[in-house]
Design a protein around this ligand. Structure first.
Ligand code: NAP
Length: 248
């Protein structure tokens, strides 16, 4: 019996980066990984192939999780196939960076629509199923930017701070029904999202551990929060996985 034996885990934005590492980690622990993606179908199928080659279970499902109808379709296909959802990892996210005065309304809106509204849409749809099951784990990927702010990322920081408030509110709403809701706040992790930073050396000065993190290091925290009974008494919390960047 593995840690997450046959638990059904939806990971949004799992074709690349942190979401990919989370889907693989949960599947290694025995979960059936639902690898959601927006447009990278080949990459998502490659994640599924990697999991199945290692003896795990996974399927890829396309859905733009910033759109209510697509979230509903995603949940419908998962329920038709597996009839339950045990773990939801709200990971899909984008950046559209610019300084405030240059930030276009459409770039503000796109980031809020996916990084905040997408978390709301998936959590609302899936918590309905978890409420009937009277069990579930919801894990939201926020960012240290939502805690400390970041110049050029007012849209992203606002969305990620919003996810933290959302996490705490929903944790209180669902606590009596066996559902925990927590957030993980990565620092700088090596993925496509951080591949074009023009000042990596400057950033390293603020990371006590002296390096960027790897997607697998976020997946490790998610594995803990998904595990039963290890994390059963943990809800409404934000866990920084950031090499020590933010110390409260
Ligand atoms: P990434 O490498 O750019 O991957 C983003 C993932 O999100 C991809 O799988 C992408 O799918 C998916 N996605 C994009 N738009 C979507 C949509 N509308 N619906 C569904 N999926 C969508 O990003 P990452 O660095 O792994 O980031 C993952 C999460 O961690 C994000 O929430 C990000 O804000 C957060 N985070 C990252 C860092 C970091 O340093 N990397 C730090 C703090 C927080 P496609 O491949 O189909 O486009």
């Amino acid at each position: 019996m593995t840690l997450l034996q046959d638990k059904v885990a939806i990971v949004t934005g799992a074709s690349r980066g942190i979401g990919r590492a989370i889907a693989i980690e949960l599947a290694i622990q025995g979960a059936i990984a639902v690898v959601n993606y927006a447009s990278s179908s080949a990459a998502a199928e490659a994640v599924v192939a990697e999991i199945t080659a290692a003896g795990g279970q996974a399927i890829a499902i396309q859905a733009d999780v910033s759109k209510s109808d697509q979230v509903d379709a995603l949940v419908k296909s998962v329920i038709e196939k597996f009839n339950r959802v045990d773990i939801l990892v709200n990971n899909a996210g984008i950046t559209r960076d610019n300084l405030l005065l240059r930030l276009k309304t459409e770039d503000w809106q796109a980031v809020i629509d996916l990084n905040l509204t997408g978390v709301f849409l998936c959590t609302r749809a899936i918590s309905k199923i978890m409420l009937k099951q009277r069990s579930g784990r919801i894990i939201n990927i926020t960012s240290v930017a939502g805690l400390m702010g970041n110049p050029g990322q007012s849209n992203y920081s606002a969305a990620k701070a919003g996810v933290i408030g959302f996490t705490k509110s929903v944790a209180k709403e669902l606590a009596t029904r066996g559902i925990t809701v927590n957030a993980v706040a990565p620092g700088f992790i090596t993925t496509d999202m951080t591949s074009d930073l023009n000042n990596p050396e400057d950033i390293l000065k603020y990371i006590p551990l002296g390096r960027f993190g790897q997607p697998e290091e976020i997946a490790g925290m998610v594995r803990f929060l998904a595990a039963d009974p290890a994390a059963a008494y943990v809800t409404g919390q934000v866990f920084n996985v950031d090499g020590g960047m933010v110390m409260a």
